[in-house]
Design a protein around this ligand. Structure first.
Ligand code: SF4
Length: 125
């Protein structure tokens, strides 16, 4: 499975919402399998992006450069780099330590922050 940096953090707070039905179905399937195998960290579009209506010719039309900055921040906080293979539980175990910084620098203008805000881990960080 392939994941870009910010998805390693954001997807822990998925609550069934997303851009389209196809996108949500793909996301559910990703999350069903993510604990069964290692995740390879990639730069750019990943296994979540492939079903996203915002992906055009392999580029995120929501602003690939801004998204890549989020990916970089996520990788720095998680202390991983492209090409690394990580387990989902390993990433999850780092969330408490990094969420406060992540919320401050990554979430302020995200359209889904109200969704993550329902999560207990989110509220407590
Ligand atoms: S294409 Fe952009 S909006 Fe869609 S999942 Fe990937 S990063 Fe998110």
């Amino acid at each position: 499975m392939r994941a870009r940096g910010h998805h390693l953090i954001c997807l822990h707070f998925f609550k069934g919402e997303g851009y389209t039905e196809e996108f949500v179905d793909n996301l559910k399937s990703f999350l069903e399998n993510v604990r069964k195998q290692e995740i390879e960290i990639v730069v750019g579009a990943d296994d979540v992006c492939i079903a996203c209506p915002n992906l055009e010719d392999g580029i995120c039309n929501k602003g690939e450069e801004d998204i890549m900055e989020l990916d970089l921040l996520a990788m720095n906080l998680l202390k991983v780099k492209p090409g690394d293979r990580v387990g989902w539980a390993e990433v999850e175990s780092k969330l408490d330590e990094i969420l406060k910084i992540w919320k401050r620098y990554a979430c302020f203008d995200c359209e889904y922050s109200h969704v993550c805000g329902k999560d207990e881990r989110w509220k407590q960080s």
